[in-house]
Ligand binder design. Sequence first.
Ligand code: URA
Length: 196
Amino acid sequence: MAELSEVEAQASVCQRCRLASGRHTVVFGEGDPSASLMVVGEGPGRDEDLQGRPFVGRSGRLLDRLLSEEAGLKRDEVYIANVVKCRPPDNRDPLPDEIAECRPYLDAQVALVAPEVVITLGNFASRTLLDSGVGITRLRGKTYPWPGGGPSVVVPTFHPAAALRGGGEVLAAMRADFVRARQSLGQAQTRQVGGA
Ligand code: URA
């Protein structure tokens, strides 16, 4: 299998969809390439497009806080990526064909990092990775097996932007979901240590 750096090199010159024409930078993803926890967002915003790094704006600051306060992990201990790697114009929602064209990069990232737990942030990431038409409000609050099998579990939660807009209840739900993710990590480690 290719290495992350090779997949990133391919993505950095990607022309598979219309988002290529409006981007400054391909925001491939970053973090610990052998992280136990991976976080998947929707797509780069303005700050991310300019800096070439995921979640560096306001949503990113909230994500860093949730990781540290509820999952006990620093940003550089996890791997962070998005469903689409290029910024949609005016931060519009990514379109189905854009998500589909970008999907092989995300699949490669998940396969190569091989995390125990994947937190999906918001509707697009959660529905894409769980292959579900159900909205995030109903999806969240549970842990799901990775569709198609494999060692990872998926913990869907709201997007940090929703907590920044929506306030207390959304944030409280996100906190609970990040705790759920940490507990799932613990379970995976216990399973490994116990050999069961
Ligand atoms: N929102 C996302 O979904 N991803 C980012 O990288 C930044 C904001």
